[in-house]
Design a protein around this ligand. Structure first.
Ligand SMILES: O=P(O)(O)OC[C@H]1O[C@](O)(CO)[C@@H](O)[C@@H]1O
Length: 238
């Protein structure tokens, strides 16, 4: 596990963007795993800036997002589909057919999870997965206690995650109770992982991850078993 120390959120975002741009430049057909939440927003801003200024192209890039709320269709402004289009995709030359997120309004949600997993496999797997981490150690929406064997699946969100995500909603009651998420096993099959950690609220979680004790009660600890993980963390988190 490599750790890159950033001065602050802005610096972390610049380093992460540069890291991804280099990967995209080396492999224009990269299969990129993406995350939502506050952590990667700054990185996405910088990818957009670079696309405008330097013309880095995404036309042959394929993306798979980690998760989506159950019951939210792509046109719901609080869906992760909408988040990704607003914060990244609408500003890039990415092809809509190459963008993948779980369908939170699928009639058969279990079948949707299976199909999502299969699509990733058929594409040859994720080359690099961008991750944030919840303060309880969740990655994607894999809450503490999730089996490390889990593939893409349906989850019930914990109260702490709903509270943390309530800032994106007008009322906590509007935060969904269920989501579809890539599983820990899905994430671990990525060839490479880039984890971003910023701020004091993540300091304890990062400490837990770095102490190397791997356990299902702290999902991010599984990253200690992955052969190719880079963490970019800012000073407040370190
Ligand atoms: O980046 P944030 O908003 O702190 O969230 C942490 C993690 O929790 C999630 O919101 C759950 O999916 C991830 O998208 C994110 O990486």
């Amino acid at each position: 596990m490599r750790i890159i120390e950033a001065i602050d959120y802005e610096h972390m975002s610049s380093l992460a963007a540069r890291y991804l741009i280099e990967k995209i430049s080396t492999n224009p057909e990269l299969i990129l795993g993406l995350a939502t939440g506050g952590t990667p927003e700054g990185t996405y801003k910088r990818l957009i800036e670079d696309h405008r200024m330097n013309g880095t192209s995404y036309k042959d890039i394929t993306t798979y997002n980690l998760d989506e709320y159950v019951g939210f269709s792509p046109d719901n402004p609080n869906s992760y589909h909408a988040f990704m289009y607003k914060n990244l995709f609408s500003e890039l030359d990415i092809q809509e057919n190459n963008v993948h997120l779980p369908n939170g309004v699928a009639i058969d949600l279990v079948e949707e999870c299976k199909a999502y997993e299969e699509r990733i496999e058929e594409n040859g797997g994720i080359d690099i997965q961008l991750l944030g981490m919840g303060s309880n150690g969740h990655i994607g929406f894999n809450e503490p206690g999730t089996s490390f064997e889990a593939n893409t699946h349906l989850v019930e969100l914990t109260q702490s995650t709903r509270e943390a995500n309530a800032r994106f909603f007008t009322d906590i009651e509007d935060v969904p109770r269920e989501a579809i998420t890539m599983g820990i096993a899905t994430i671990m099959r990525s060839k490479e992982i880039l984890l971003l950690v910023s701020g004091e609220t993540k300091r304890n979680a990062l400490k837990e991850l770095l102490n190397g004790y791997v356990r299902e009660s702290f999902p991010a600890s599984v990253l200690n078993r992955h052969p190719n993980v880079t963490i970019i963390a800012d000073q407040k988190a370190l």
